[in-house]
Design a binder for this molecule. Structure first.
Ligand code: HEM
Length: 200
């Protein structure tokens, strides 16, 4: 950060260092926290979204077929279905700022609620055959990237990463198969795998 302050370049840290609003700048702690958040949020969710989706698809040979046959054509809908079907970020918490009511349940100011994004992404009122993975699903209003003012700032990057990685993986390993039972990581909020053994 000191280096970028002294000699700004065309990069994210230089931009963050230069941010100024009403005469205020980000403190060193805020800059570090933002970089850590971007690295964690940016890396972990994409990696686990990709892994979760790939495992689910490889477990279902008929589902996987269109992706194997036309990886470039299908990757756009496949990546959205990866994120819907087995969402890497299962829940986010919110704290009520005032007494309110959600669906008949009273929530007091200060109480926390957990929004189960993964469950909403399997809502049978919203998705046809919600529990079926369909990599060619055209209408897919999932909320794996959240909603409202905190909608994921990295969604376009994550979509691009997955759209590039999917065909690249299938091109490189056209006969990709699971070789054993993948091992889930023990956490729930950031859902993913610790280990996925495959043969190519
Ligand atoms: C498949 C990949 C990703 C998924 C599923 C995902 C999911 C989410 C979700 C659900 C939220 C909303 C959190 C909330 O409502 O409190 C969020 C926020 C956020 N995401 Fe992502 N994300 C992904 C990739 C990325 C990437 C690549 C970046 C950055 C490079 C990123 C940075 C952020 C940041 C900074 C926020 C906070 C936005 C705010 O509070 O205004 N995410 N993400």
């Amino acid at each position: 950060m000191e280096l970028r302050k002294a000699r700004p370049g065309n990069d994210l840290i230089s931009t963050l260092v230069a941010v100024e609003k009403d005469g205020e700048r980000l403190s060193v702690e805020e800059l570090i926290a933002t970089c850590v958040l971007l690295l964690n949020a940016g890396h972990e969710a994409s990696v686990n979204g990709f892994g979760n989706g790939m495992v689910a698809a490889l477990r279902r040979p008929t589902t996987m077929k269109p992706l194997r046959e036309d990886p470039r054509g299908v990757s756009r809908t496949a990546l959205e279905e990866f994120l819907r079907f087995d969402s890497p970020l299962q829940l986010f918490e919110r704290t009520a700022t005032s007494d309110t009511e959600i669906n008949g349940v009273a929530i007091r100011a200060g109480q926390k609620i957990a929004a189960l994004l993964g469950a909403a992404n399997r809502d049978a009122d919203v998705f046809d055959d919600a529990d079926t993975m369909d990599l060619t699903r055209e209408t897919n209003p999932h909320i794996a990237f959240g909603a409202g003012i905190h909608f994921c700032i990295g969604a376009p990057l994550a979509r691009l990463e997955m759209a590039v990685s999917l065909p690249a993986l299938i091109d490189r390993f056209p006969r990709l198969e699971l070789a054993g039972e993948p091992v889930r990581r023990p956490t729930f909020v950031l859902r993913g795998y610790d280990e996925v053994l495959v043969t190519g």
